[in-house]
Write a protein that binds this ligand. Structure first.
Ligand SMILES: Cc1ncc(COP(=O)(O)O)c(C=O)c1O
Length: 395
């Protein structure tokens, strides 16, 4: 077979991402034809809640320092003061023991996940992912030369423990979980978190460690609960990956981190590998300025009231129209069932109403659409007649 312009594996990944590009292209054409303001775009998970005043104050204070040495390379795991601030935040937020030397600052949660996977996976290792899932996981996993093993969650998007257990093999290196979840908005219950941790414990061996990796960028974006359940207390080889992208509203600043709890066996070599891979993958680290700002505001967060109001308005109206959807307890996504099995065909029907939604098949769960309600409220108001008309057409 003749070689193409790009690597085979990347060509494969481009093919599997093509439906995202297709939606993007359709949306672009629609906006060009009718104007941005006449298209209701629910396709992007880009935070609309701006950063809090404390963040902007910290930006100003750091900019005023005018110290040329502060823009240089920093230690590969990040600035000490940033690691200390994030360790304090994690200890409080997760209610666990963690020291600053067990925190590595990363280029967003995305950078953190790539670093973790590269650090722990050998070629042919398997990483279990629960569907529906954030589609970039597949690329991160294949870039680490590992394979993604997909396991469906139940109808409420909760982990299906027997199904996960059945998917574990000798080659399973990690189970990757994300709650609150993109795309479903579901939060794993405390019982499921415990069961997940215990499941990992049943297969974990000192000569073949099984890691539980939690990808938590939406952890503090929750609407009913005071505290988001987590499996970190139930498995001693858990690695936390997260960022301030969503809860500080700063995804462009690339403020992510990895946390390795104090009780983790082989903590030293693991931290060494994570620190090395952060550098050798080319991130070096999160930008120096971002880290300095973060050191001053690691415990702050954005105002959730706009997301909550959007969620209630959009989900309430969709249910009134006859859409089936469990109430998303966190993140800023709704994931209703499509009234016809073909989710891509239904997304096309919504396009006719000038509504952009992403078919669930792109997240490993056909028969649904993902709607990001990180939008200005007028977009929701303008979209409602279209959602109603689309469901009426297929009834
Ligand atoms: C589930 C999930 N994980 C990771 C990321 C990447 O986040 P970051 O911007 O911090 O790299 C996202 C971004 O949308 C996400 O939804």
């Amino acid at each position: 077979m003749p070689r193409g312009a790009v690597a085979q594996a990347v060509a494969e990944n481009m093919k599997s991402a093509s439906w995202i590009r297709e939606m993007f292209e359709k949306g672009r054409r629609l906006k060009a034809e009718f104007g941005d303001e006449n298209v209701c775009d629910f396709s992007l998970g880009n935070p609309t809640a701006g950063p809090p005043a404390a963040f902007l104050d910290a930006v100003e204070a750091c900019a005023r320092e005018r110290d040329p040495t502060k823009h240089r390379y920093m230690p590969n795991a990040g600035f000490d003061e940033t690691r200390a601030a994030v360790a304090g935040f994690i200890a409080n937020e997760y209610r666990l023991d963690i020291t600053p030397d067990s925190v590595i600052i990363t280029c967003g949660a995305a950078g953190g996940l790539n670093v973790v996977l590269r650090s722990i996976c050998d070629p042919g290792d398997e990483v279990i992912v629960l569907a529906p899932y954030f589609p970039e996981y597949k690329f991160y996993i294949t870039q680490a030369n590992a394979e993604m093993v997909l396991v469906q969650t139940d109808r409420d998007f909760q982990p299906d423990i027997p199904a996960i257990e059945a998917a574990v093999s000798e080659r399973t290196r990690a189970i990757l979980v994300n709650s609150p979840n993109n795309p479903s908005g579901a939060i794993h219950t405390a019982e499921k978190c415990r069961a997940l941790g215990e499941l990992c414990g049943r297969f974990d061996r000192d000569d073949r460690p099984l890691y539980l990796v939690t990808d938590d960028p939406y952890r503090r974006i929750i609407y009913e609960l005071d505290w988001c359940p987590t499996p970190v207390h139930f498995h001693h080889r858990t690695i936390i990956v997260s960022s301030y992208s969503k809860d500080l509203g700063i995804p462009g600043e690339r403020a992510g981190y990895i946390g390795v709890p104090a009780r983790t066996p082989e903590r030293e070599p693991l931290l060494g590998a994570l620190t090395l891979c952060n550098r050798t993958l080319g991130y070096v680290n999160a930008p120096a300025f971002t880290q300095r700002v973060l050191a001053r505001c690691a415990n702050e967060m954005c105002d959730l009231s706009g997301y909550r109001a959007n969620r209630d308005r959009l989900c309430g109206a969709l249910r009134d129209f006859g859409y089936e959807l469990p109430s998303p307890g966190g993140a800023f996504y709704a994931f209703p069932k499509t009234p016809i099995a073909d989710d891509a065909a239904f997304a096309d029907l919504l396009l006719e109403q000038r509504i952009l939604a992403v078919p669930g098949r792109g997240f490993g769960r056909p028969g649904h659409i993902r709607l990001s309600y990180a939008v200005v409220p007028e977009v929701i108001e303008r979209s409602l007649a279209g959602f109603k008309s689309a469901i009426e057409q297929v009834r």
